[in-house]
Design a protein around this ligand. Sequence first.
Ligand code: C2E
Ligand code: MG
Ligand code: MG
Length: 700
Amino acid sequence: MGFEENTQYQKRYINDSNIRTAFYMSFIVLALELWMIIRYVQQRPGRTFLEYFDGETNYLILFLASLIIASFSFEYTREYETYTLGRIISVSVIALDVIMTARYFIVNSSNTGFGTMLLGAKYHICLMILAVLYMLRWSFSKLEKYREDRYGQVLLTVYCFICIGFGILTSIYDVGKDRQILCFVTMLLFVACMLIWKPYVSTLVLGVAFLYFYALWSKHLHMIDPGDGSLINADRINYFICWIALVMVSTSLYHQRRQEAEKDEGYIKANDNLSRIAIEDEMTGIHNIFHFNQEAAYVLKDSHSVKEKIFLFLNIENFKTYNDQIGYQAGNEYLKKIAHLVQDTFEGDTVARLSDDHFVVLTDASVAESKTEIIRDVIHQTASGVYMELKVGAYRPVDRDLDPRIAIDYARYACGLTKNKFNFNYKEYDADVDQKFHERQYIVNNIDNAINNGYIRPYYQPVVWADSRQFCGSEALARWIDPTYGFLSPAEFIPVLEDNRQIHKLDEYILKCVCKDFRDGLNKGLPIAPVSINFSRLDFELMDVPTKLEEITHEYGISREYIHVEITESALAGDDGLVSDAIDKLHGFGYSVWLDDFGSGYSSLNVLKDYQFDMMKIDMKFLDGFNMDNDAPVILDTIIKLADNLKMMSLTEGVETAEIADFLTKAGCGRLQGYFFAKPMPLQEFREAITNNPNIVTAV
Ligand code: C2E
Ligand code: MG
Ligand code: MG
């Protein structure tokens, strides 16, 4: 029966469709009534203008009411505010209605009491209410939607009341002639079936209207024929069935419309969700990068001076530790908080989450740095025991056609330069950075080319026995001598290749070169010694290191004991078994596996506990400012003993002075490597150096 509560959308849907129906219906009624009025006037020629008001005013009332509804529904459906027309209509209707009502009272005052007259003037009064309500619309021109719906409903209800009244009056008048009640039924069809009401409302309205009409009908028939003026049974039954039929039709129409609204709402919600997902970052709820790119391109095109704009790339440094220590869930909550903080701080600007703990912003250059300070302060105050830092890279666009993705790349690169640097948190992309950036691009784009053309070669740095200072092996270190950029050091190209997951290309290539050089030395009968080769942590992800070693050493016929595998300590942080499995496999094949840069990371001792290495290469940082009076000798001494206790061989790299070499020898370190003995050298130079050394003792 419609007692259930409808959603806001359903209410609006039904209301909209009602007003649309009213729009068409009021035009039809307008046309019909105009025709009736013309006919009425034609049939009664010679009357004065005022006299027409005294007769059949019903046509005029319905005509004027329809005029108001037509005008209102036109405004509503077209979302077009015809206030001037609306004012003219409502004022004219009020004026005409005043005249009609006044005439009605004047004509009837002599033979009727005031109460009866008031009742008789009920449709005049309704028209007045309708016209006044419509006039009031000017004063609340900008109604919110909900109130506008209510307002429309009130107008329609008053209009319906007038329509039903008209139907009843016309049909009662007709009954006297040929007993037809068509006008009454037509009006009810319009009111209760074309317009959609809640079923209990339409049942009630139809019930009251039918009862009222029935009462009038019986009374009227009785008046015409006091003898046998009552309704015949067939009429009564038809009349009752007609009521039931209308109730059923209106109820079923209501449910149909409601279902349509429900379905429609579902589609709209699904559509809204899809559009939201398309531009929203799922985790934080702020915009995503797709939206950012679109918006930023638009902002650049629109801004009168692009040079006043700036792209920012924000990175929360050490967020990974927060995640590890506080938990993944808490990490997500924290990111959400920061995302909204970034959005609020840069309110009105283009802001998005790029990925992980990275955010991007397009804002005014003048406020960029100060606003990032606000965010940084909040990050510093995060009471979690984990110290996090906000690192920001910035890029000023130079032309309005710039692709935002490129701008973000630049800003991200500038941000990368602040990495792990204390008190250096904001870096703008400038000419120097630009050169580095392009060098980096060059490295990524030219690694294959450099390998194919032999621009990259291994240099060999000799390693000596600590006791005898005799040569016992070497380390292969990659060098890139480029026709465009000249000499590139591993510190420049290795991190770039790692970032771009291309490092395995280099390491496989160096392994091949070393094996080839080794084979060549063997063929030429030159003195030979083992070579250690550096592998990056990513190599273990990007290729099967043990299998590769097997293939290549086999291809050149090199015995396994001549190739040592160096894995740097930092490679083992966060290892999920990949590296440790590879180490086991390498040991299984018979390779010696060396731990490079021991002591350079945060978890050196854990590494010793969890992994099996044959050699500990002690990081050269322990030799920084070495002096027999500071702590360095004690630390080195302890480390060497530790290696010894763990049955590992030891090698210290970066030995630059005789004093250090002597100390390490006394402390029991097995091997030494460093500029004091020799720098990394190209193959030819290296061969000459070791050939000139009369005491070559190879170590296996
Ligand atoms: P690393 O494996 O620890 O290599 C030792 C680095 O110390 C080399 O730097 C070497 O030239 C330098 N060095 C040796 N003796 C001394 C000394 O007495 N004083 C000073 N100040 N430095 C000394 P390089 O060749 O620049 O290599 C840097 C790092 O790049 C290497 O550190 C290694 O981790 C990496 N690397 C080099 N070549 C390769 C490669 O082919 N593949 C991979 N994955 N990494 C490589
Ligand atoms: Mg090394
Ligand atoms: Mg090292």
